[in-house]
Design a protein. Structure first.
Length: 1044
């Protein structure tokens, strides 16, 4: 029996209208394509979508302050003030020498600008309770786009380090920041120019002065102030008091009061020179000292556009400064650009393969061309909607476009196959298009709606996952919606006017006979067939424990990160030796092209790429970025495995690899109010983690203690001499590191003000006896020595303090040893120490582990919502609560093939594979709809149930197989990950292809079996519950033509 019915009359006559009115349809699609092409050129190309982190950061600095002191006097008061804000999710703090950074994470959905203002207000309120010596606290919003995307090294043989550093801070910064899309640049390495006033302790003592008094005297001269105004002659003139020093010679000749009518020149007590500030960090490129800079972009700008603009700006700088050479060290844009180009290739290859599949089945180049046209015509207008929504071409939207390439042709295949079948039977193309397109209209609408409703919930997931995948869900939904419009309007129109009449009755093929025999056997043995289907599903669930579970595929980047932790109290010289040893190790590897190291508080902070931070302000922390040859044969994981033991053997430092984002592959966080119990637990956890094969090189993120020089005032002696604790602290601070930046005097050089730093020479600062004999002013105008009013001694104190929700936090981190994050987390959770944590010590989930758990939970809810929405749509379309259950029965049949595909390709359950499972829900439902919709219509026309099912399977098997093969063919390039950067998308394609194969093969047999069960049950139940069910298989509700 041929498919001559009209399932949509008079409901879905939109195709017939399009055939009769070709001009407006053609104009519509020409306009859509043009709009999409124009929008495509304006879409920014970025690494990530615009995601707003609900986090605000408070940074407080106090030069020279120990971490323990910073925690007590700064961090805790700030945390206590922030805890009172509403909608606070987490408060985390990192305290290092002289720096306290507190991050306040809010619940999603809050107005971040308002929360930033609230945080700033709380900081202002607590400011009076913080030490007077701190620099002004800074409050900033944490942005994903604040990470550097470019790192350059600058060489200038004719400049000193000080001159080159200023050249970058001034000339380069102004040139680069004027480029479109650049938000700021930050220097890496180099030094800051300072005027060094190195006071001699003996000369100070001889004249009865202290270093603090010299510093105060210089600051008192550093004043430019208003003196009012005067009328001189006939003109009014302002009065300015200029006290600041403008030359080094004038500074040397400044006189300092010693007492009543006694003065000394600055040069009498100090050596004054133009130099550089204390070096608290450095950068090295292939072992050579370098000064570089990193480039950050604005939130909405294109990574590629910024890269191109920076290249132009640097070319101009090199032209105007011939003696300066710029070298690009690192660029995350290269990876973004490669991913973008790879997606373009995958889309083109997928379209070609899908078209070849259609040609293989239809054997008609005209029908193939019509079907193939649906892909670009559906895809290109999607760019216009993306542009209107403010989307970009990023890892998420490119993933969406890769996913839909096979789907876009599905609706067109179903339409053209139905039309071509009529043409082959002798019908004129015009008539065949008029009848065939609208006859299958309901099935096409239903199948497309299932895809849309599956992905719509993804756009509204909660948490960071929802923000990250909002663009993904909407991009897929829009593209699929356009494919429906193309299938209902353009495909029938082109078929009516472009197909040629021909007779080709499609003789019965051996496969069709075999399929019918299998189907009839299954229908005759429904219980056995159902049991087989159930066993297949249950068996597939046993594959889940065998699959690794991770957050996202690591890929195979052309770089690796190495973390350096020097011993507590490590000096710059010691860290330099460690960096050189690491550099020599990597230079011996043939896969390495360049090595870039950052240690301590380089001016830029942050790392050479996303997450590749070079440590904070602690001189003992560093990061090495090792660039690898793109043509190497060894993967980055194999490269790490080969060198892991060599790095571990480097003396006087903890050296280990970081993951591709610049963080530890695995982190177990513990938090407690009891520092001693916390430290003991972390030590035991590190010991037990060393027994696990899933991880390598476990180590604490921070050392337990570091050396400190502690000054304890003796209250009785200090009070007798009138010496306050503040005076003692001021004397010690000025003598060792100099006064805080806000208080130091400045040398005025026009547009530039150079700090004047007063302190002891290095030789005196390194002598404990010199420290003990520091001169301290007394209340009576005299001086005494430091050791006469205080005890000066060495002791151990925390080198770094991490805090979580106002508790101490310790992290034990490790590298993943060829496993995914979820597997390592499960193994650590089973360790004895984790099962019997001491009272008051608890684990905390943050970072990638927290994100992975949140993601899996969000996708679980999205899958549930998608299935529910599919059911709802089908109930509305078929006006039955029973038949949609038949369609949903095909969904479990897809998971076995997906799990098996991931297992064969050694891929993990991660973000892309979860997306593939979502897609399988819609695709499995699509195939079932084609069968069920046809059988319902045949039964409605009076055909017996069994005959209707056999007819549906005979007529709809070919379009189902065609769409399945076309979809699989379109995703083959992605599944084999032939392009650079395709590793992220590979699990999705493998899951979809594997699930499609099993779903199609099983649903063609088992869906008819389930249909008979459900239909029989419905017929039995109807007389008993007549008021609660719909009339027997009524036709779908008519849709007025004017609404189409």
């Amino acid at each position: 029996m041929s498919e001559s019915h009209d399932s949509s009359a008079p409901a879905l006559k939109i195709s017939a209208w399009a055939i009769r009115n070709p001009v407006p349809v053609v104009v519509l699609f020409v306009a859509l394509v043009l709009a999409g092409m124009i929008a495509y050129t304006g879409l920014p190309v970025k690494q990530f979508p615009n995601v707003q982190f609900p986090m605000v950061s408070v940074t407080v600095t106090q030069n020279g302050a120990a971490p323990g002191e910073m925690e007590t006097q700064v961090t805790r008061p700030v945390e206590d003030a922030m805890a009172g804000l509403s909608s606070v999710k987490n408060i985390t703090s990192v305290v290092t020498q002289g720096v306290s950074t507190t991050n306040i994470e809010f619940e999603l959905g809050e107005d971040l600008q308002k929360k930033t203002d609230d945080v700033r207000s709380r900081v202002d309120q607590v400011r009076a309770n913080l030490p007077r010596e701190i620099d002004a606290p800074t409050v900033t919003r944490v942005e994903l786009d604040s990470q550097p995307i470019l790192t350059y090294a600058v060489a200038a043989p004719g400049m000193s380090d000080t001159e080159l550093s200023w050249f970058i801070d001034d000339t380069v910064a102004r040139a680069i920041q004027s480029a479109p899309g650049v938000s700021q640049i930050s220097r890496v390495g180099g030094v800051n120019r300072e005027i060094n006033v190195l006071v001699d302790p003996d000369r100070l003592a001889a004249r009865g002065l202290t270093a603090a008094q010299v510093n105060s005297a210089l600051a008192s001269f550093d004043i430019d102030a208003s003196g009012g105004r005067v009328n001189v002659g006939s003109r009014e003139q302002t009065v300015r008091v200029l006290g600041s020093v403008q030359t080094l010679a004038a500074l040397r000749q400044l006189t300092i009061p010693v007492g009543a009518n006694r003065f000394v020149r600055l040069t009498d007590v100090a050596d004054v020179g133009d130099g550089a500030g204390e070096v608290r960090g450095f950068a090295r490129l292939d072992g050579r000292p370098v000064v570089g800079f990193q480039v950050m972009k604005t939130r909405d700008s294109s990574d590629v556009g910024v890269d191109d603009a920076v290249v132009v700006a640097i070319a101009k700088l090199e032209k105007s400064h011939p003696g300066v050479k710029f070298t690009k060290i690192f660029s995350s844009v290269d990876e973004t650009r490669a991913s973008f180009k790879a997606t373009q290739h995958v889309l083109a290859e997928g379209m070609i393969l899908a078209a070849l599949v259609v040609l293989l089945f239809l054997r008609d180049w005209r029908a193939t061309a019509i079907t193939a046209a649906a892909m670009p015509v559906s895809l290109i207008p999607t760019f216009a909607v993306m542009h209107a929504f403010g989307f970009s071409l990023n890892v998420v939207t490119l993933l969406a476009l890769t996913l839909v390439i096979g789907i876009l042709v599905d609706d067109a295949i179903v339409e053209i196959e139905n039309i071509e079948k009529r043409v082959a039977s002798g019908m004129r193309p015009y008539e065949a298009a008029m009848q065939g397109a609208d006859a299958i209209g309901l099935a096409v609408v239903a199948t497309t709606m299932t895809i849309i409703v599956v992905f719509t919930p993804v756009s509204f997931m909660k948490g960071m996952a929802g923000q990250f995948f909002r663009e993904f869900g909407l991009t897929v939904s829009v593209a699929v919606a356009f494919s429906l419009v193309v299938a209902r309007l353009l495909t029938p129109l082109m078929a009516a006017y472009l197909l040629k009449p021909h007779r080709n009755p499609h003789p019965r093929k051996p496969f069709q006979g075999f399929y019918r025999n299998v189907l009839e056997w299954a229908l005759d043995h429904r219980i056995i067939a159902s049991v087989v289907g159930g066993l297949v599903f249950v068996s597939s669930l046993f594959l889940v424990p065998l699959l690794p579970k991770g957050f996202q595929p690591a890929g195979n980047p052309d770089y690796v990160y190495v973390n350096i932790q020097g011993p507590p109290g490590a000096t710059a010289q010691a860290m330099e030796q460690t960096v050189q040893e690491i550099t020599r190790l990597f230079q011996r590897q043939s896969e390495v092209t360049s090595i870039f190291a950052q240690v301590g508080s380089t001016a830029g902070g942050g790392g050479p790429g996303f997450g590749g931070g070079g440590g904070g302000s602690d001189l003992r922390d560093g990061t090495v970025t090792v660039l690898l040859d793109p043509k190497r044969k060894l993967s980055d994981e194999a490269f790490k495995a080969r060198l892991r033991d060599d790095l571990r053997a480097i003396p006087d430092a903890r050296v280990g690899f970081l993951d591709f984002q610049g963080g530890a592959g695995f982190q177990q966080i513990l938090a407690s109010d009891n520092p001693a119990a916390l430290q003991a637990t972390a030590t035991e956890l590190e010991r037990e983690m060393r027994t696990l094969p899933q991880i390598a090189d476990p180590r604490p993120s921070t050392p337990p203690t570091g050396p400190e020089l502690v000054i304890r005032p003796r209250a009785e002696e200090a009070a007798r001499l009138g010496v306050s604790v503040d005076t003692i602290a001021q004397v010690a601070r000025v003598a060792t590191v100099g006064d805080i930046d806000a208080n130091v005097a400045k040398l005025n050089e026009g547009e530039r003000r150079i700090p004047i730093r007063v302190r002891l020479p290095q030789s005196a600062r390194a002598d404990i006896e010199r420290i003990r004999s520091l001169r301290v002013p007394t209340a009576g105008g005299g001086v005494t020595t430091l050791d006469s009013v205080a005890d000066v001694q060495f002791q151990a104190g925390p080198a770094r303090i991490d805090r979580l929700n106002r508790k101490r936090q310790l992290t034990v981190q490790a590298e993943l040893n060829g496993v995914e994050l979820g597997d390592a987390s499960a193994a650590v959770a089973k360790l004895p120490i984790m099962r019997r944590l001491p009272p008051g010590v608890g684990p905390a989930d943050t970072g990638q582990l927290e994100a992975m758990k949140e993601l899996f939970g969000s996708f679980g809810m999205a899958i549930f919502a998608g299935v529910s929405m599919i059911f709802g749509v089908l109930v509305l379309l078929f006006r039955s609560f029973f038949k949609p259950g038949v369609i949903l029965s095909a969904l479990p049949l897809a998971v076995g093939g997906a799990f098996l595909g991931l297992l064969i390709f050694h891929l993990s359950l991660s973000i892309p594979s979860l997306i593939g499972f979502l897609m399988l829900l819609g695709l499995a439902a699509k195939n079932s709809i084609l069968l069920v919709e046809y059988a319902i219509e045949r039964e409605r026309e009076g055909m017996p149930q069994r005959e209707a099912l056999l007819e549906a399977c005979r007529e709809r098997a070919r379009p189902i197989v065609m769409t399945t093969v076309a979809m699989a063919a379109g995703m083959l390039p992605t599944a084999f990950a032939l392009e650079k950067g395709a590793e992220f998308r590979q699990p999705m394609a493998v899951a979809v292809i594997g699930g499609l194969i099993t779903s199609t093969l099983l649903s063609l047999v088992l869906v008819p079996v389930v249909y008979e069960f459900v239909d029989d049950f419905e017929q039995w139940l109807k007389p008993r519950l007549a008021k609660l069910v719909t009339p027997r298989e009524a036709a779908p509700l008519p849709v007025p033509e004017d609404r189409l």
